[in-house]
Design a protein around this ligand. Structure first.
Ligand SMILES: Nc1ncnc2c1ncn2[C@@H]1O[C@H](COP(=O)(O)OP(=O)(O)OP(=O)(O)O)[C@@H](O)[C@H]1O
Ligand SMILES: [Mg+2]
Length: 1108
């Protein structure tokens, strides 16, 4: 096997093409692809996914659509391909489909199931908003249930603690119309018992990390998760895992809380979300209640709550009577004189109460603590069940129509923890059942080949000769579940359960008395603890406790403990799981074979880029993956009932060549032979036709689709022809009616003229009687009425068509003359079209819509830089429009800012770096830079200088050496003065607080300051004559409006308030030692000899005249 094929693909995309196909080549192929971040490989129609343990850019809506639109063999292997194939089957054939995702814990099942759902939602929800809404609801349901039903274990930081079967209902277009979640038992014991290094359910941590302080206060909670007993375990193992990007950190919890609350809103729980959060707070706080032994009067020990405030706060949250609650927990409230005698409260299952609801002598505190834990676990699991119900209510389709479903099964993976109890048994039992379903598919496939008489050599499975382990677990009274049920029903102790397990006499079921037993699962042997297993399995609820909670003020709590005795005794835990799994098995065995996604865990510690070949080999062996690949290689990808095949593909034959004589298989064979497909791709059984590769199946579908499209075109053409003919007939009729009416009208006119000439009353009567023959008067009237009706109808028809024609002509002309898209929205050009009076308002309306659309397009083309530029332009307009004469000239020119390319200057950057080596220099960000004229205030002469506006100051530098002449920090600028004329003079008024003089930097020649007088943070400082450093600046530049605008914005950003912009023909300026009046005199033309500027400045004593 080559490392890289000619096409650039790594390894072999479909494992059935491996030559030779052995476990080693299969494993090597997976490893090779994994090394190149290719985690998916086909095994026939199934996909094998190796968990990359890090985010890869493998998923997007476009890609999902591509997989739905194209054949799977045209694209690289992907889980989208399985989802898309299932989706197309549901959409096109209306056949229900199920995607089964398997693998051990942490192999990536939940991720794969999420990707499948995304594919179905993206493929379907493109069009209608209702479909999009259903898709959003389904996704939100996943997020919400993940928060409440997932937790970090030693094997996976996002381990599913419940199994989920999501049914997505697709309507006839393929859009999701709704769905339903079936959940398998939640591992509720986690609520009160978190093993070392693991976490409780995510939602608790999310609530504490993400709730705002007000919410926390309302719920009487503290932010620190360590304050809650039920959240405390050893140090979380995942916090220092190498792939911290997915580890559950506080930051992650905070963010996920936002997702969870958003999901609650999406599934319509905004009204009850407060109640849900109160329930969580109640569980957290009640979990903190500790019990200490308290002596009875008779000397026996009962219990007392040591931190009573936790009870009262918890009870106040949901309105529960705290004394009653403590009473049912067997603990005395502090005010009661005597602790309650531990009378066993009644259970919902009365014959179970011994040993459950009454403390044994001297064990009061432990008993109360156990009762508390039991109550909390029940409360959480009921809350979870209620949540699933609420989600289902929201996502179920609005109507009762029956639609085929696309189901996605994400079951818990086989897991072996340090201490395995009933919960692990229930989880592993479910994993075992799913494994049995998956191998059962392959087994049934082989049986089918044999039954249909195909030449087939059976591929044996490792456990072919044994009874399936899943049956050993649940089939018969002496199975594990059966024994457990019997012990729970008869109230036998745990040791009896362990002893009775030996009755089955199967080496895979090993009792280890008194309190352990071992089961040889498909993934390896797992030892379980039987301590308390019988009691836990009963899953009873203390009736008195239920009554206390039912009386709570919190409506949600009342809902979780409904009134009245339950009509049937609740089934034991393992039996409930058995019923759910039996329904699942039955469903999958009765429908089309499920589509498989086999997930593999590449590394035990979920480290990215680690491929543990031994671990993968173990999974391949134990999950019978090689057998599946071999069956796919030797077998057929699709088995179709011959009758169905004929019904579906008969359209591919010409009508004349269709013959249905003979058995369905013979008809199918004749049909297939006539198609341009290789005959070797098909095999014929007794009742079914088998198709070898998915490619052939796809090509068959493609042929059918092309034919259907052709037929639809023919039907459409025929319908259009019929419609046009009917239309033409009507028009012809109308034309005839008009012609008739017109001729009659003409005849009447002619008649009138002749009457005038021939005094023709008599003639008229005669003529009429001649025209009407011998009609009666009634008939004549009816005739005339019919004629006028026809005339009116004809006129309406003509008018209608005329108006249509006018509209069409107007729209087509308008379309061809519309202004170009790229033209500025300011351009008011609008084509003159033949728009009659009838369309006058439409023309104006369209013009407005078109203008808004062009503005919209224009805005879309704006990036952040363009937006900033526009902001500057708008500011310039606000400041100078109608106030300064040269403003209109500046409008068309963009504000370039850096006219001398200072930002790219090495000397400038060096200077900034030297002045502030470890952080960006405050003047590093240049907003404006240009050579301007600096007016010498003593004589009005103009000298060139480099003016730089940074985000924090205005600088004047020597253009050649970049030596700083003056630096004015932005907060010191308080006013900008300009004249209303078209001159280029700007006066920058500076507060009288000069900075200290500094020596220029030796290397760069730029002078920097870090002194007390400058603005904090090593700014430029002024140099030169002391007098020049103080007072206002007079500048002359051809970009005067740009400079003023940018300075205005910089000051506004730096200070929070803009400087005053003064536009006047005469104002005062501070020239250091003197206040000088600057006066602008319009001379009516450009003044010569003023170094290219349009103004000349003359200083006369305390006046400076600017001749414009
Ligand atoms: N395709 C993938 N891309 C990136 N990361 C993945 C992928 N599949 C799985 N992972 C990572 O591996 C972790 C475990 O995956 P996931 O929770 O889906 O396993 P699981 O099989 O559902 O386990 P469990 O049976 O315990 O629920 C995920 O949280 C995720 O970080
Ligand atoms: Mg999972």
């Amino acid at each position: 096997m080559g490392e890289e094929s000619a096409g650039g693909a790594v390894g072999v995309g479909d494992a059935v093409l491996l030559a030779p196909l052995t476990e080693d080549t299969f494993l090597h192929n997976l490893q090779l692809r994994y090394k190149h971040d290719i985690i998916y490989t086909y095994a026939g129609g199934a996909v094998i996914s190796v968990n990359p343990c890090r985010r890869l850019a493998l998923y997007s809506a476009e890609l999902a659509r591509a997989y739905v639109a194209r054949a799977p063999y045209q694209l690289p292997p992907h889980v989208y391909a399985v989802a898309a194939t299932a989706y197309r089957c549901v959409r096109d054939r209306r056949q229900p489909q199920c995607i089964v995702v398997t693998g051990e814990s942490g192999s990536g099942k939940t991720e794969a199931a999420r990707v499948c759902l995304q594919c179905a939602v993206v493929a379907g929800g493109g069009g209608a908003s209702a479909a999009a809404g259903a898709g959003v609801g389904l996704t939100a349901a996943g997020t919400l249930l993940e928060a409440f039903g997932h937790a970090a274990t030693l094997r996976n930081h996002n381990a599913s603690r419940f199994g989920k079967l999501l049914d997505v209902e697709l309507d006839f277009r393929g859009d999701p119309a709704g769905g339903h979640v079936t959940h398998y038992l939640l591992e509720k014991s986690r609520v009160t018992g978190v093993a070392e290094g693991e976490r409780n359910f995510h939602v608790f941590y999310q609530l504490l990390a993400g709730a705002d302080p007000h919410l926390l206060k309302r719920l009487k909670l503290q932010r620190n998760a360590g304050s809650y007993r039920i959240l405390r375990s050893g140090s979380p193992v995942w916090s220092d895992a190498p792939h911290t990007h997915v580890a559950p950190t506080t930051d992650g919890d905070e963010q996920h809380f936002a997702f969870t609350t958003a999901a609650m809103r999406t599934v319509g729980l905004e009204g009850t979300s407060g109640g849900v959060l109160r329930m969580l707070a109640f569980i957290l706080k009640l979990g903190n209640v500790e019990f200490v032994p308290a002596p009875h009067i008779d000397g026996s020990l009962a219990a007392r709550a040591s931190n009573y405030y936790e009870v009262s706060e918890a009870c106040a949250l949901v309105g529960v009577d705290e004394e009653a609650l403590l009473g049912v927990l067997g603990a005395a409230p502090p005010r009661s004189r005597t602790p309650p005698v531990g009378s066993p409260p009644l259970l919902e299952e009365p014959h179970h109460d011994e040993g459950v609801c009454g403390p044994a002598n001297g064990e009061g505190a432990a008993w109360a603590a156990a009762a508390r834990d039991r109550l909390l676990a029940t409360l959480y699991s009921r809350l979870f069940v209620w949540l699933v119900g609420a989600v289902n209510d929201h996502i179920q389709p609005r109507d009762l129509a029956r639609r085929p479903t696309l189901a996605i099964l994400d079951m818990y993976g086989l897991e072996c923890l340090e201490r395995n109890a009933l919960e692990q048994l229930v989880i592993n039992y479910a994993a075992e059942r799913v494994q049995h379903i998956v191998t059962g598919v392959a087994r049934r496939e082989q049986e089918l080949y044999e039954r249909e008489g195909l030449p087939w050599q059976r591929i044996p499975f490792a456990d072919d000769r044994q009874e399936p382990l899943a049956d050993l677990l649940d089939n018969g009274p002496d199975s594990v579940v059966g024994t457990l049920r019997e012990c729970s029903a008869r109230g036998l102790p745990d040791s009896a359960f362990v002893q009775r397990l030996g009755r089955r006499r199967d080496p895979r079921l090993l009792p280890l008395p008194p309190h352990l037993f071992q089961i040889q699962h498909f993934g390896g042997p797992i030892t379980y603890s039987a301590s308390g297993i019988v009691d836990k399995n009963r899953d009873g609820v203390c009736a008195r406790a239920a009554a206390v909670l039912r009386a709570a003020r919190e409506p949600l709590l009342r809902l979780l403990f409904p009134d009245g005795p339950s009509p049937r005794r609740p089934a034991a835990l393992a039996c409930r799981q058995r019923a759910l799994l039996a329904a699942l098995s039955q469903r999958l065995a009765g429908g089309p074979p499920p589509r498989l996604v086999r997930c593999l865990r590449a590394d035990a510690a979920l480290r990215p880029r680690h491929f543990d070949a031994h671990l993968i080999r173990h999974q391949i062996r134990t999950q019978s993956i090689m057998e599946m690949v071999q069956i796919r290689r030797a077998g057929w990808c699709e088995a179709m009932c011959a009758r169905e095949l004929v019904a579906r593909y008969i359209v591919l034959k010409a009508r004349s060549a269709r013959s249905t004589s003979g058995s369905p298989v013979r008809v199918a064979r004749r049909l297939v032979r006539a198609l341009p497909l290789p005959a070797a791709e098909f095999a014929y059984g007794r009742t079914k036709v088998f198709i070898r590769s998915p490619r052939t199946l796809w090509e068959l579908e493609a042929l059918r689709w092309a034919r259907v499209v052709r037929l639809v075109t023919v039907v459409q053409r025929a319908w259009r022809r019929h419609r046009e003919r009917a239309h033409a007939r009507r028009q012809h009729q109308a034309q005839k009616t008009i012609a008739r009416a017109w001729r009659r009208h003409k005849a009447e006119c002619t008649q009138e003229v002749s009457e005038e000439h021939n005094e023709s009353c008599v003639v008229k009567v005669c003529t009429q009687s001649i025209t009407c023959g011998n009609m009666s008067q009634k008939q004549q009237r009816a005739h005339a009425a019919a004629a006028s009706r026809r005339t009116a109808w004809a006129a309406t028809t003509i008018q209608y068509h005329y108006v249509q024609w006018l509209r069409r002509r107007y729209l087509t002309t308008l379309w061809s003359r519309l202004p170009a898209h790229h033209m500025s929205p300011l351009c008011a050009a609008w084509p003159l079209c033949p728009a009659p009076r009838l369309l006058g308002s439409l023309d104006t309306l369209l013009q407005r819509i078109h203008h808004r659309w062009r503005c919209h397009k224009y805005r879309l083309s704006f990036d952040q830089t363009a937006r900033n530029r526009m902001r500057e332009k708008v500011t310039a307009s606000i400041l100078f429009k109608d106030r300064k004469q040269n403003y209109p000239r500046s409008v068309a020119h963009p504000f370039v800012g850096d006219y001398v390319r200072l930002r790219a200057s090495a000397a400038w950057r060096r200077a900034c770096a030297v002045a502030a080596p470890h952080r960006p220099h405050p003047d590093h960000y240049v907003v404006f830079a240009d050579v301007v004229g600096k007016v010498t205030r003593s004589n009005g002469r103009v000298r060139p200088a480099l003016a730089v506006v940074s985000t924090s100051a205005l600088l004047l530098l020597e253009a050649r050496t970049l030596r700083v002449k003056r630096r004015v920090p932005a907060p010191d600028v308080y006013r900008l003065s300009l004249s209303p004329f078209a001159d280029d003079v700007l006066v920058v008024h500076v507060r009288a607080c000069p900075g200290p003089e500094m020596e220029p930097d030796a290397d760069t020649g730029v002078q920097w300051s870090g002194g007390a007088g400058g603005t904090a943070g090593c700014l430029f400082a002024a140099s030169g004559e002391a007098g020049a450093r103080t007072g206002d600046l007079v500048l002359q530049t051809c970009h005067v409006l740009e400079l003023a605008t940018k300075l205005f914005l910089v000051v506004q950003n730096a200070v929070g308030a803009p400087p005053h912009v003064n536009i006047a023909a005469e104002f005062e300026a501070n020239f250091g030692q003197q206040i000088v009046t600057i006066s602008f005199v319009a001379t009516g033309g450009a003044v010569a000899g003023s170094s290219g500027s349009s103004a000349r400045l003359v200083r006369r004593g305390s006046r400076m005249d600017v001749l414009v």
